[in-house]
Write a new protein. Structure first.
Length: 663
């Protein structure tokens, strides 16, 4: 008895060690039958999607089953709650798809990875493409395999109909990686306080409604920017690195079951104009997730093709191409090794009727009535601090968007790009309205490299862009018709815990003495960033710090970081590299010897193979202004941001197929 019990305990332990932890066979598929979309997913009435079924037969490892031979005769049904179960072919009136087979392998834990001892899984699968559920309610999908020995069920919820349009336009600002802690710090740097009372506030502080969204991925509690953006744009959670799909186990990065995104819905239902603006490269996760359907965010070239042409390899609903598309990332547009099939995408967009602007001057002059592409540099746009306070730093770049070996210096910022996009979208959308996503990407990118000043500068640039957007909409007579949302896709574990006396710190000889320069509680004093320095111009105007390099600076840190050294001062000669690989080992990071030489070492908390900080668990804020603003109070999932926007835009049509066609 005793021995039997302990055997069971060991088996249970072995199973839980491989279920839903560091490595997963397929995160959405704890059993050997997988239904994608999996259990607990929500849908907008009429939203199009694909359904994949997989039957797994692990050939070896802890889950070995049926000698590694997957059941090819599995059956699948769907039933509306209270109704009879039907085959998918009769329910969706579609043809039976062909059987697919493949093999994949995975590591069950870190010991298996160290030993390169992968577990092998054979798979049989079918995919039903481009279906939709029109009637609200619950549906149960059942997969039965191995003669009924393995039965998997998924319950899906189709949300209520929302066919009335309450907002003509939606502008969704995303401060990538932006948390309440960062907003608090940015406010301290840029707004004067007298005796504990702010004399002015951020634009965000003036929003009437604020909520919180939970950013978890479908199969991991820490998200990346791909699947979190995808959740905001489609109402469907996904897996790290995936967008516009539920990740399957097949090796093909583009065959995964897709879900329709907000811009595809908007184009199909209302024929609205849409655009995306980002300070990242345009193929980066947040802008590209509007149009991307892939398992891998790193397929940059093909994803720019999807942004222009839609999904071409499968019959799929088309977003029509963006009406305004502004950001960095010339690498995917210039013909060559990093563009899709080596093609010239400047030429491809121009051929499709786009004006193409490669600098700020030409963007301002671009027609408001044509579709507009603007690519202003290679890679990400230089950050606000370098563009406005330390412009000398721009000259050392070789990021010219035309591909010359020179620096891009005539650069627009988030504000210029957003306002131009509004001009184009307002004109092109007309009565049908528009949707714009505008991303402040380098809040995240600079938090990754622990460059707090550059991250907070870009957060203030976002606030400035929001303020200018409100003024612009007012001038266009569109403010009352426009829902403005400002949110983030996830956070970083950043916070401020005091000040640091940079002069005292530099004068100390040892790391332990240097730490005495950090002033906590009463010793934190007041912000010096808001005090004008006689004779020094930071050229930064209202709502930005008057002095980026005071003696007493904020002392801040991250919940997760590589080894690095802090002196907390602004880095004047360009963005920070906190950690470098030692010797030849490209995956073993130590303090960058050139970084903050007069500071003290802070040891890392994440694997030594990480050169940067990582995302964190925190909920992120959602600010709302305009029609439907009341929907956005409270705490909810990131997918709810999509359903709230869809409700406001009247995108949930169900069986009311007349809607949209008449317009
Ligand atoms: C591989 O893993 C299996 C258990 O999954 C174990 O029985 C076997 O000893 C491992 N082989 C090696 C070389 O580590
Ligand atoms: C499974 O089999 C493969 C060879 O097909 C082998 O390389 C691998 O180590 C085996 N894994 C386990 C966990 O036994
Ligand atoms: C689409 O199919 C073509 C032809 O099979 C292939 O060359 C191309 O790589 C595919 N593109 C994507 C994005 O899957
Ligand atoms: C901006 O682009 C236009 C059109 O391509 C070009 O004529 C002009 O020289 C560029 N200006 C700068 C400052 O690079
Ligand atoms: C675009 O519209 C704005 C008004 O919102 C106007 O100031 C600007 O001159 C227009 N640009 C062009 C090129 O027509
Ligand atoms: C930059 O590159 C473009 C196209 O590759 C070329 O037409 C232009 O003359 C180049 N400009 C300079 C300043 O080299
Ligand atoms: C702390 O960081 C220093 C500098 O990178 C490094 O030499 C040391 O090994 C680290 N200590 C630990 C415990 O990781
Ligand atoms: C269907 O759409 C039409 C046109 O917008 C609208 O008048 C009607 O009320 C809608 N019906 C339902 C059931 O939503
Ligand atoms: Zn992000």
């Amino acid at each position: 008895m005793l021995s039997k019990l302990s055997t069971l305990a060991i088996l249970a332990g072995a199973f839980s060690a491989v279920s839903a932890q560091t490595f997963q066979r397929l995160g959405t598929c704890p059993d050997l039958g997988c239904i994608l979309p999996p259990d607990q997913q929500d849908f907008l009435p009429g939203q199009q999607f694909d359904i994949r079924f997989e039957v797994h037969a692990p050939k070896n490892g802890s889950e070995t089953y049926n000698s590694g031979v997957p059941d090819e005769k599995f059956t699948v049904t769907i039933a509306k709650e209270g109704g009879a179960a039907k085959s998918l072919t009769s329910f969706f009136n579609t043809a039976e798809p062909a059987l697919e087979k493949w093999t994949f392998s995975w590591y069950e834990d870190l010991f298996a990875q160290d030993a390169k001892n992968a577990s092998v899984v054979n798979v049989a699968s079918k995919i039903y493409r481009r279906v939709a559920l029109y009637e609200p309610g619950n549906y149960v999908v059942t997969l039965s395999a191995y003669n009924g020995a393995k039965v998997t069920k998924a319950t899906w919820t189709v949300r209520p109909l929302a066919a009335a349009k309450k907002a003509k336009n939606v502008i969704l600002f995303i401060g990538d990686g932006m948390t309440t802690n960062m907003i608090t710090a940015a406010r301290l740097l840029s707004h004067k306080m007298v005796n504990g009372k702010y004399q002015s506030l951020l634009q965000l502080d003036k929003f009437p409604v604020i909520g919180h969204q939970m950013s978890h991925s479908i199969d991991s509690f820490i998200t990346d920017s791909a699947n979190s953006a995808s959740a905001l744009y489609s109402g469907h959670k996904s897996t790290v690195n995936a967008m516009g799909v539920y990740a399957d186990s097949s090796p093909d990065l583009f065959d995964d079951p897709k879900v329709e995104t907000i811009v595809e819905l908007l184009k199909r239902i209302w024929g609205s104009a849409w655009g995306a603006v980002s300070t990242a490269f345009l193929a980066d996760a947040t802008p590209i997730a509007l149009t991307a359907h892939t398992r891998s965010r790193y397929a940059y070239g093909p994803l720019i093709d999807q942004a222009l042409h839609g999904v071409t390899n499968y019959s799929w609903t088309n977003h029509g191409g963006p009406d305004a598309y502004f950001g960095g990332g010339a690498e995917q547009f210039l013909p060559g090794a990093t563009s899709y099939q080596g093609k010239d995408y400047y030429a491809a967009f121009a051929k499709a009727g786009y004006t193409v602007s490669l600098n700020k001057t030409s963007l301002a002059q671009a027609s408001n009535s044509s579709r507009a592409l603007g690519v202003f540099c290679k890679s990400n746009l230089p950050v606000w601090l370098d563009r406005n306070v330390f412009p000398e730093n721009l000259k050392s770049n070789t990021n010219d968007p035309a591909g010359n070996k020179s620096a891009a210096t005539d650069l627009p910022g988030l504000k210029e790009m957003t306002l131009k996009a509004i001009d184009v979208l307002h004109q092109r959308g007309g009565d049908k309205g528009f949707f714009l996503m505008s991303e402040a990407a380098s809040i995240d990118k600079q938090m990754h490299v622990l460059d707090y000043d550059r991250a907070l500068g870009d957060l203030l640039e976002l606030d400035d862009a929001v303020q200018a957007t409100i003024a612009k909409l007012k001038a266009l007579g569109e403010l009352e018709n426009t829902l403005i949302i400002v949110t983030a896709d996830h956070g970083h574990g950043f916070d401020v815990f005091g000040n640091a006396d940079t002069k005292y710190m530099a004068a100390q000889a040892t790391d332990r003495k240097k730490r005495a320069a950090v002033g906590t509680y009463a010793n934190s004093g007041l912000s010096e960033y808001t005090i004008e320095v006689p004779g020094v111009s930071y050229g930064t105007g209202a709502n930005f710090p008057m002095n980026w390099d005071p003696r007493y600076v904020i002392a801040a840190g991250m919940g997760a970081n590589p080894d690095h050294r802090e002196n907390y001062r602004v880095k004047k000669d360009g963005p920070r590299t906190p950690a470098t690989a030692s010797g030849g080992a490209s995956d073993d990071y130590y303090v960058n010897p050139a970084d903050n030489r007069d500071g003290f070492v802070v040891n890392g908390t994440i694997p030594t193979s990480e050169s940067q900080g990582v995302h964190s668990l925190t909920d992120v804020p959602v600010y709302a202004l305009g029609p439907c603003q009341g929907e956005f109070g409270g705490t909810y999932s990131n997918i709810d941001v999509f359903y709230k926007i869809a409700e406001c835009l009247g995108l949930g049509h169900g069986t009311n197929k007349t809607v949209g066609c008449s317009k």
